[in-house]
Design a protein around this ligand. Structure first.
Ligand code: OAD
Length: 244
């Protein structure tokens, strides 16, 4: 589905892409909702909520410290690289909004990128709100380098917390001509609501996923398969149509 401009201008079409865990699966990073409903053998309530962190901070730190190590060993795959190529070559507006906390999109080369659920390689100070790039462990309780008032926590948006720059994301959704969802189950809001928001603004909608997601009925087109195959083929189609 090459994008066409719905908004009457001569500019190339504006594209918003939402990615989820499925885009990193072929890099060896586990998705969240595998068949057993656990995330790396843990209940989501224990490791991805503020209540879980208050109850057992050592467990939560161990969990994210291990994820941080795993992510730094992983490599971007063909889907990350194809999206980076699109980012570099697409002349129109483009925004990649990822729910993933890994850094594989940026290591693949993407620039026009937002991490709506935070980043594993970042630490957040609960006292002053500063975010610090962080590649090592947090379990030994390092103090915030900016204010020294509190220990740092993972800079990951947990259930019940507000995702990162929602205003900017909604503005892009309202102006886009094409919305593409890649490798996400459509189970977690607000991201799961983006397709409806884009449709309401007149955008075409495309889903690339291994299996039908909870929101599949809302997409104009769904293509099923592995992101490492579907995404490069779609990017080729989009850039080829622009040249032709
Ligand atoms: P999920 O684990 O819920 O969904 C991953 C989706 O990717 C599923 O629909 C899979 O079928 C699909 N998938 C798996 N392998 C794939 C592949 N190789 N190619 C294409 N698709 C594939 O992950 P998300 O939807 O990203 O939030 O989860 C959303 C949020 O829930 C996460 O960001 C996280 C989690 O709790 C927070 O941490 C706040």
């Amino acid at each position: 589905m090459p994008p066409s401009n719905n908004h009457g201008a001569r500019d190339p079409a504006a594209i918003v892409i939402l990615t989820g865990a499925g885009v990193s699966a072929e890099s060896g990073i586990d998705t969240f909702r595998a068949a057993d409903g656990l995330w790396e053998q843990h209940r989501i309530e224990d490791v991805a909520t503020p209540e879980g962190f208050r109850r057992d901070p050592a467990l939560v730190h161990r969990f994210y410290d291990a994820r941080r190590v795993a992510v730094q060993r992983a490599e971007p795959n063909a889907a990350h690289r194809a999206l980076a190529r699109l980012d570099a070559e697409w002349r129109g507006d483009l925004l990649i909004v990822t729910q993933n906390v890994d850094d594989l999109h940026e290591r693949g080369g993407a620039k026009r990128l937002l991490h709506m659920h935070g980043e594993l390689l970042s630490a957040l100070c609960a006292a002053c709100g500063e975010r610090h790039r962080w590649t090592g462990p947090l379990g030994d309780g390092p103090a915030c380098p900016a204010c020294s008032r509190a220990a740092l926590r993972p800079d990951v948006v947990w259930f019940g917390e507000m995702p990162y720059p929602m205003e900017r994301i909604y503005r892009a959704l309202q102006r886009c001509d094409l919305f593409v969802s890649i490798g996400t189950s459509g189970a977690v809001y607000p991201a799961a609501g983006f397709v409806a928001e884009a449709r309401a603004s007149g955008a075409r909608t495309l889903e690339l996923n291994l299996e039908e997601s909870e929101g599949s009925a809302l997409f104009d087109e769904t293509r099923l398969g592995r992101a490492g195959e579907l995404v490069p083929a779609w990017v080729e189609e989009v850039l080829g149509a622009e040249e032709g």
